[in-house]
Design a protein. Structure first.
Ligand code: HEM
Length: 360
């Protein structure tokens, strides 16, 4: 196996019009939020608005990791409290019959080390979705598809159901001929799978101390893997995913492995383009920590009031040793701040980085 690529600031390549793209992204996201907040009388996240699982957990960082993996947060073995939020990606609260990608956001508490500039508190956020690659090569292209998605936000829900059904059909058709469209999945054609059986990926690259890596969170306990590939029945069950996650979380315990895939070739494993999968034969995902959630309430309105309303999960909340890299990640810095500031202001509910987990 090739040695892990060394991180240096020049692994990033900033497009001359990137600032303009970010302004464009802020405009679209702010449009989405203005519309949905008036609709609900309440502000929700510009994307990943609906939560389906809210869990407290413990992250155990493995001892005796090889030096290239013993970096940043993972250089100090031990236990951290953590909070998980499982979501789906639209910017409004839809019935679960609309089949869309799943997200999982993890907030690791009481983390030591130099912080990214502007990162409050002592937490490290890690943000994942259930696919290994992003739907666009860069922020500029992402802005184009977001404009398309924005047109469907706050249209009558039936229209989205129809769109989703059409896209699901199209996606199945594409798979039958051997293709798969990330764009279609983003817009509502993903299989309606159980969120707890899925493997989640950061999709984008991060600094990993002296190196560069993508991360994944894979289900390992039988209480999770039994749901892998399970299609959730959503007929007449608008909140089917919350119910399913709650049943599994109450039975528990749930255990995932946090894994790191080191960049070992900056050309074949690019930092700037998250549409390019990094070859797992050349660099496999290797376990660096274990996440465990003991039996508990999987989702409740009271938990959502705390985690949906008073928290933000952003890749820019964390350590310099895990600096988000590449165009898409750079574009997330101001947009996550904007979305969460809008929520805080509209709802009159300030957002803080927590020091303890106290979920009801
Ligand atoms: C330019 C690209 C992106 C933009 C503009 C963007 C924007 C946003 C915004 C505005 C939020 C809501 C923030 C809040 O109000 O707290 C959010 C949440 C989220 N994003 Fe992104 N995002 C981008 C890329 C990605 C990527 C590559 C992933 C893949 C892991 C991702 C996964 C998520 C997830 C899972 C959440 C929900 C976090 C939570 O539970 O609070 N996003 N994104």
């Amino acid at each position: 196996m090739q040695p892990a690529t060394l991180y240096s600031p020049d692994v990033e390549d900033i497009a001359p019009d990137e600032e303009q793209t970010i302004v464009g992204l802020m405009e679209v996201l702010s449009d989405i939020m203005q519309t949905t907040s008036v609709d609900y009388g309440h502000a929700v996240r510009a994307v990943h608005a609906k939560s389906h699982g809210i869990l407290e957990a413990e992250l155990d960082i493995f001892p005796d990791l090889p030096t290239e993996l013993s970096q940043g947060l993972f250089a100090s073995p031990g236990r951290h409290s953590a909070i998980l939020r499982i979501s789906t990606n639209p910017g409004d609260i839809l019935a679960d019959s609309i089949s869309v990608p799943r997200g999982l956001a993890l907030k690791v508490l009481d983390v030591k080390g130099e912080r990214l500039s502007g990162a409050e508190g002592r937490t490290q956020d890690l943000v994942f979705v259930n696919g290994p690659t992003f739907s666009a090569p860069d922020a500029r292209t992402f802005l184009k598809s977001l404009k398309l998605l924005a047109k469907t936000t706050d249209r009558a829900e039936w229209a989205k159901k129809a769109l989703s059904a059409v896209l699901r059909g199209t996606e199945t058709g594409l798979e039958a001929v051997g293709g798969e469209s990330a764009t279609l999945k983003t817009l509502g054609g993903a299989p309606n799978v159980h969120p707890l059986g899925e493997t989640y990926y950061t999709q984008t690259a991060f600094r990993y101390g002296a190196h560069i890596a993508k991360l994944s969170l894979a289900p390992v306990s039988e209480t999770l893997t039994r749901h892998t590939g399970q299609i959730v029945k959503t007929r007449n069950r608008p909140d089917a995913l919350r119910d399913e996650v709650a049943v599994a979380a109450q039975a528990g315990p749930l255990e995932w492995e946090l894994r790191a895939q080191l960049c070992r070739d900056p050309v074949a494993m690019p930092v700037e383009d998250p549409m390019v999968p990094w070859d797992e034969e050349k660099s496999p995902y290797i376990p660096v920590a274990r996440l465990r959630a003991d039996p508990q309430t999987g989702w409740s309105a009271a938990r959502a009031r705390i985690v949906d309303e008073t928290l933000r999960f952003s890749v820019w909340t964390g350590l310099e040793a895990h600096r988000p890299l590449g165009s898409v990640n750079r574009a997330r810095r101001a947009t996550y701040v904007m979305s969460s500031a809008f929520r805080a202001h509209f709802n009159g509910c300030p957002i803080h980085e927590p020091q303890h987990v106290t979920l009801p």
